[in-house]
Design a protein around this ligand. Structure first.
Ligand SMILES: [Zn+2]
Length: 120
């Protein structure tokens, strides 16, 4: 179980994940390019908001299928449900204190710019 919090601490979550995170990624879509976050993924049931649900804000764009959440106070991206698999939660590894996101190996680059669901 990993403790997760946004910058101001209004939002906290608990994440059930293995110690070596299953998938570490960055994404080059128009939104993630701006956020620059390093992320990991778990199933929705393994990501639980434990504090500040009312402080979360939801951002949607393009097809409006994916849910992109952020803290309404400090503005930090917390998590999202990708449209390629809404049963999964992607989350901001920077919100876990003991993880040094500058020292992670094997960061995949997700090609969100050329999203598979945008292909005709
Ligand atoms: Zn916050």
């Amino acid at each position: 179980m990993k403790k997760f919090k946004c910058h101001c601490g209004a939002i906290e979550a608990e994440i059930k994940t293995s110690d070596n995170l299953e998938k570490i990624l960055r994404c080059n879509c128009s939104l993630c390019k701006r956020k620059g976050a390093v992320m990991s993924m778990v199933k929705n049931e393994n990501f639980k908001i434990t504090k500040g649900l009312d402080k979360l804000r939801l951002y949607k764009f393009h097809t409006k299928v994916a849910n992109h959440y952020f803290c309404s106070i400090c503005g930090i991206y917390t998590h999202h449900n990708p449209r390629s698999n809404p049963a999964m939660t992607g989350f901001n590894l920077g919100c876990i204190d003991e993880i040094d996101t500058f020292n992670l190996k094997n960061i995949l680059i997700n090609d969100g710019l050329n999203h598979p669901l945008d292909k005709k």
